[in-house]
Design a protein around this ligand. Structure first.
Ligand code: NDP
Length: 285
């Protein structure tokens, strides 16, 4: 069996084209959605992510404003910048690119972003809303995961979903979204004794570990939908996910590639979260 490819790059292009129309409608009401991006230091991978986000914003007509801070910036410097952005009416979304330099408290910095502008969805307000299945801003990568499943018309209710990884950015919110959608969910981590015994039960398998080649063919139930969130830079310079794509595609029912799967959809979801934040402001005026 050969799995159907879930083409995240194509779906992201479609999403950005749809958003462009929503942005035009907002501009007609005098509001251009604005995303502020903050990078502390000069991590090369972070710079690539920021560039991709700025490009997607430009394609959708969203105004993106980038702020660079030196790697030596103090926590107060970062908090002062975020306070300025929190109070800037032209800014509807704020992201602080992670990871931050070690001397900074990432949790303190993330929680300082006003929850209405927290388009990463990492604030406790927004994560709490997700827990309650109430309206709020949902983290971009888990949203991308759900959008890819929906696009492939994979039913979730009543299915067994296994999420490998329990980070606050991906694993936990992805598990909550799947729970809210009616799946029975198992969440695995690095201490799970027999990972294969868990993943083989999955109708839907979401893998977010940052461990290249972790998921092999024998760990996947025939016909399962496999969403590979991982992004790993191999020794040869190429990007790979956490799933051994060439093997697993022979057994899975659906599979996302890396690159070209969850990554581009994550960026599209960030743009959508920003447009939604601007639209909420317009509706309150
Ligand atoms: P973290 O390092 O924060 O979390 C990784 C998780 O994987 C942890 O919960 C860890 O378990 C678990 N894990 C690690 N090794 C194993 C193992 N051998 N078996 C089972 N579980 C394991 O990473 P993130 O969640 O931030 O990111 C995960 C991956 O997703 C990375 O490759 C990252 O680059 C990628 N990513 C991709 C995005 C995209 O847009 N496509 C966006 C965000 C992230 P434990 O808690 O026990 O340590």
């Amino acid at each position: 069996m050969t799995a159907q490819l879930i083409d995240g790059a194509a779906l992201a292009r479609q999403k950005i084209a749809d958003l462009k129309q929503r942005v035009a409608a907002l501009q007609a009401k005098g509001v251009t959605p604005g995303l502020a991006t903050v990078l502390v230091g000069d991590d090369p991978a972070s710079r690539v992510y920021i560039r991709n986000k700025a490009r997607a914003c430009a394609e959708a007509g969203v105004n993106s404003i980038h702020h660079d801070l030196l790697a030596t910036a103090s926590e107060q410097d970062v908090l002062d910048l975020i306070e300025r952005l929190d109070n800037d009416p032209k800014v509807h979304g704020i992201i602080v690119q992670l990871p931050l330099p070690r001397h900074l408290d990432a949790q303190c910095v993330s929680q300082s972003v006003a929850y209405e502008k927290d388009v990463d969805g990492f604030s406790w307000h927004n994560l709490g809303a997700l827990m309650e299945n109430a309206p709020g801003i949902v983290p971009c990568t888990p949203r991308a995961t759900m959008a890819l499943l929906e696009h492939a018309k994979i039913s979730i209710e009543g299915r067994h979903a296994v999420v490998v990884g329990r980070s606050v950015i991906v694993g936990k919110p992805a598990a909550l979204l799947l729970i809210n959608a009616g799946a029975t969910v198992t969440v695995c981590n690095s201490r799970t004794p027999d990972l294969g015994a868990m993943t083989r039960q999955a109708d839907i398998l979401v893998v977010a570990t940052g461990r290249a080649n972790l998921i092999t063919r024998d760990m996947v139930k025939p016909g399962a939908a496999v969403i590979d969130v991982g992004i790993n830079r191999l020794h040869n310079g190429k990007l790979a996910g956490d799933v051994v794509f060439d093997e697993v595609k022979e057994v899975a029912g659906w599979i996302t590639p890396v690159p070209g799967g969850v990554g581009p959809m994550t960026v599209a979801m960030l743009v959508e979260n920003t447009v939604n934040a601007a639209a909420r402001l317009v509706s309150q005026q």
